[in-house]
Design a protein around this ligand. Structure first.
Ligand code: 5RP
Length: 229
């Protein structure tokens, strides 16, 4: 990653962490931008006595939060979250998202749905005119019956490709499932498509986050952050 891209991620991650207030229950997202949120939250806990409890969206985030002594809980222990902060792979002008590049889309959507507000942190390069312009849409499905799922996704003209790990084996999510990365053509009804994909037996969820984000924080390579409300 170039230093400038890293600087944009840090700026936007820190800006989001600075919006966390003491006492909040916070959904903790996943990805290379989100790690900066964790760093800054830990710094604020040490420096200003910020108190929070987090619900992680992945094993990787949980492990990093534990290293930083950020207290964690699960969704079984709280009624709702005050705020969820997370990255995204694409953001359209209506603040709809594609997520799941890091494979955590199912937990990320559950956590964001449990939160009163969702704040999204991205670099300028993630802003697109339409979802699917630069990134494939991840669909998490059970390994059992995956051929049938692929056939149904093809009927929706989504051209599924099985995600693989570095060894060329099917990638496994934290939930033990697999992912089809799908080509998303132009779509007038993202909410309808989200439901249609999820109604395929064996599909757990997909990376369309429609009407969920309240604010988008966008970092640029000079370290400036702008907000889309
Ligand atoms: C993980 C995600 C991430 O939030 C998304 O992939 C963005 O990651 P990064 O900040 O590394 O670009 O959806 O499932």
């Amino acid at each position: 990653m170039s230093e400038a891209v890293d600087q944009a991620k840090q700026a936007v991650g820190y800006a989001a962490a600075d919006l966390v207030e003491s006492g909040m229950r916070v959904g903790l997202g996943t990805g290379s931008t989100f790690v900066y949120v964790l760093d800054r939250l830990a710094e604020r806990m040490r420096g200003e006595g910020l108190e929070l409890i987090g619900v992680p969206t992945s094993e990787a985030t949980a492990a990093r939060a534990r290293e930083l002594d950020i207290p964690l809980t699960s969704l079984d222990e709280v009624d709702e979250l005050d705020l969820a902060i997370d990255g995204a792979d694409e953001v359209d002008p209506m603040k709809n998202l594609i997520k799941g590049g890091g494979g955590a889309l199912v937990r990320e959507k559950i956590v964001a749905s449990a939160a009163r507000r969702m704040l999204v942190i991205v670099g300028e390069n993630k802003m697109v005119d339409r979802l699917g312009a630069t990134f494939l849409l991840p669909v998490e499905m059970m390994a059992f019956g995956r051929r049938q799922v692929a056939a149904e996704l093809r009927k929706l003209e989504l051209e599924p490709q099985l995600r693989q790990n570095q060894d060329g084996e099917p990638y496994r999510t934290d939930n033990g499932n697999m992912i089809y990365d799908c080509k998303l053509g132009s779509c007038e009804d993202l909410g309808g498509l989200e439901i249609e994909i999820n109604s395929i037996p064996g599909v757990l969820d997909n990376g369309l986050f429609v009407d969920m984000a309240e604010k988008i924080l966008i970092g640029d390579e000079s370290g400036k952050v702008r907000v889309v409300d």
